[in-house]
Every structure is written in C-alpha cells, then in structure tokens.
Design a protein around this ligand. Sequence first.
Ligand code: BG6
Length: 490
Amino acid sequence: TEKPTALIMIFGATGDLANRKLFPSLYNLFEKGKLDRFAVVGVARRALSNEEFQLKVKESVKENGETDPKADLDEFVSKFYYHSHDVTDSSSYLALGKLSEELDSHYGLNGNRIFYLAMAPEFFGTIAEHLKKDKLTDVSGFKRLVIEKPFGHDLESAKVLNKQIRTAFTEDEIYRIDHYLGKEMVQNIEVIRFANAMFEPLWNNRYISNIQVTSSETLGVEERGRYYEKSGALRDMVQNHMLQMVSLLAMEPPIKLTTDEIRSEKVRVFRALRPIKDGEVNEYFVRGQYDKGVMNEKEVPAYRQEEMVDPESNTETFVAGKLMIDNFRWAGVPFYIRTGKRMKAKSTKIVIQFKDIPMDLYYQPEKTVNPNLLVIHIQPEEGITLHLNAKKSGQGDATPVKLNYANKGIDGLNTPEAYEKLLYDSLRGDATNFTHWDEVALSWSFVDNISKVWENTKEPSFPNYASGSMGPDAADKLLEQDGFFWWPFN
Ligand code: BG6
C-alpha cells in the first residue's frame, strides 16, 4: 500500500497526550519508514518558538518512546512547527492556514490534512466550526478530523458536538478515537472468533453461560479530579472502552472485513442492548468509590481526599454491571463488566465461560469438573488461555489444564502502540477502529439511563471499597445472584 503523505495539525500540542503518546507514536511510524512526506504543526495557546517546540518533541520521544531513538531524531523533529493559537479568534486560524499552505508546498503534501484534537473537549466544536469558516478545510487533498474522548458528556451534548463537527467534516472524515480499539488484543477478538472453527459454532447462548470483562486500574484519579468529578467511571470507561469490547465480543460475523460492515454489526449489538429502566438500575449495576488503602506498601488517600475532588463526592470510581443483549444469539447470556480505579492490579481481561457439560461423570464430593473457559488477556499480558479438563499422567480423574498462547507483542501499559496504530490508520484513511456516530449515540443513550439515576441518588455507602481491593462486595453479589462469580486468575 502507498505510504501516507499529509500535514498533521495537533491541537493541544503542549498537552499530556501529545507528549506521552502522539509524538512517540509518530516517531515510531517515521522510524519504521511507514510515512512518506509529512510535516506536523503543533497548535496550542502558549507562546513557543519552533526550536523550543522541537526540543519538547525530542524529549518526549526520548522519555516516552519504546526504543532508543536513532540518529534520525533530528531529521524527524525538523518537520515540526509550532503555532501559538487562540481557539476563538479567526485571525489566529488565518495565520495557521497560511503556515499550512507554506508547509504543504514546501514538503509537497498534496493538500492532505489531518486535524487532531487532543485537548479540552469544550473547544472541539468551536475549533471545527472555525476550521470551516476560516477555510482551513478547503483543501485539494483529503481532510480528516481525529477527535479524542470524551465525545460529549451524555447523548444531548454529544449530539450538539456532532452537529458542530459535521458542519466541517462528513461522517467519513471523522475519526473518533477509542484507544482500546487500537490495542493489539482487542483487535484480536475478531480474529480469535472468526478464524477458528472451534469457537464460532459455540459462540452463542447454547454453549456460553456468561462473559466477564474486567478492566482494573491501580492508579487513582491523579491530577484529573476536575474532569473526573463530572465524569466518573461510567462515562470515563463504560460508555466507550467497555461497551466497545462487548460489541466486538457479541457482534455477528461481518459479511466482509470492511469498515462499514464491521461497524454496522457493532451498531446492531448496541441496538440489542437491553435498556436499563429507572427502577432497575440497582438490579443491573453497582457503583463504587475508593477509600484509602495500602498499595505497594504505601498508604494512598481516599478518592474524596484527592485534589479537586469534593470531600462529599458522589462520583463513582468503580462500576460493575450486567448487560443483556436481547437477540437470538445472546438471549439469556449475561455479559458482566467491571472497571475501576485503585484496584488490586492493572489488568484488562475477558473471560468466556462455557456452559457445564450435560452430566459430570467425574464428580467427586467437593470436586466438580471446571467449566471450560477462554480467557483473552488484553493487558498487561497479551494472549489467550484455554481452560480444559484432562487426565494428568498417573491420575485417574479430570484435572484442570491450561493451553496458553502468549502474543509476542511488547505492548506494555499505556504504551504508544495503540496510538501508533490508530494514527497510522487515520493517515491511511481506515476508520474501522474508530467509533461511528451511531455507536457513540447508542452507547450514550444506554449509559444515560444509569447516570441519571446515580446523579439523583446519593450513594450512602461511599466510599465502599478499599484501595487495593477488587471493588465493593456488591459487585460480587451481582454475579452470585445468578449463580456465578468473577473468575479470579490473571
Ligand atoms: C482513559 C480514561 O480513556 O483510559 C482513563 O480516561 C483510564 O481514566 C484510561 O485510566 C485507561 O487506559 P489503559 O490503556 O491504561 O487501560
């Protein structure tokens, strides 16, 4: 395939995301020779010279990059320019437009432009409208908007934002980032399902008893209290990452592996998600908030003691939920999800629990045959484990055995790899691993029902889980009432 050529404008170029992920990812693409001609304009409010900016980019690559940067780092940063910007001022956009045209002709960028919004979401709409009005989107090549989360705060605000960006970009030109879709093992869900004769025939309510998706973090809210207080785990993790993983697990096989086919199958999952009614929230969902605790032999504070957090905060830092997908394939199969901050381990994994065999021939008192499990390890380990039963040499009965496959990637925690893939996709024009508006809208409407109830009822038990634990007891009860439990292993 042809290597991409484009001018990449990064709004929020002095921010954390650009620094930790975007610059190192671009460098990796450059170093691997995946880019053709390109230049980058860093856009942010503060005043910086090109040289100062280039120095920052250099440091970012050195500190956050995967590998030791090679000598070509100087050549890489020489393509970086800086524009000090006022997001509400047309003259600022005109100057940016002029710089863009100069760079386009200097580097021969074919009039291709990527606008990457990696900054405070309140400006997304304004920027998009200005890009159109001040003619930055009048290009002879392609124009694409890459936009970070959060995409709105609820369905209503997401609609407003979408309308604003749609004035300047068509749906095809909008790349809504969900960085979980860039993770190697999340992308692997489809391959595991659709490239194996032994899974897809069993992948339904006749053979699967339940599915468990856990994404636990050890970090607390860090310096993001202001944002997180208004968001909480439901909006921060469930509306996007958790529901995206569920849709990949539950979707029908697409006719072809094209962007439109895959996305439309995912949309159908969201359409089949059973909506949670006001009175039912407690039956399906559990919220938690972390208390102080000891992690790594160090005292860590309760959420309510964190910076920029209300000492009586009602914000959830943990969510567990039971999702029902009311279609032919999944009727009756619970999808349990669980995510939270300040939990015992940093780990994302998916457990597919198969139904028990019809009759246990190997039953002994206090020892039943374990169900078969397929575990998909998303992070930090990457791989799959298949839990079976077999007779171990010299023993007479059925014993649990594990088949392990470790994906050889080196995708550690929060590495730029997901971003590297997604940046590359946006440059190549492949929107498959980005969320379509229909997915965003449906997942907000699902989540809105729950957040409405939670916002209006103070949770008296908060804080209800100790830092370093696996969340509140109620999260275990959620499964117990259905006769299941969270599978504990990593
Ligand atoms: C982000 C959330 O989208 O995902 C953060 O805003 C969270 O709160 C992060 O920490 C988790 O991502 P990862 O890749 O570390 O699992």
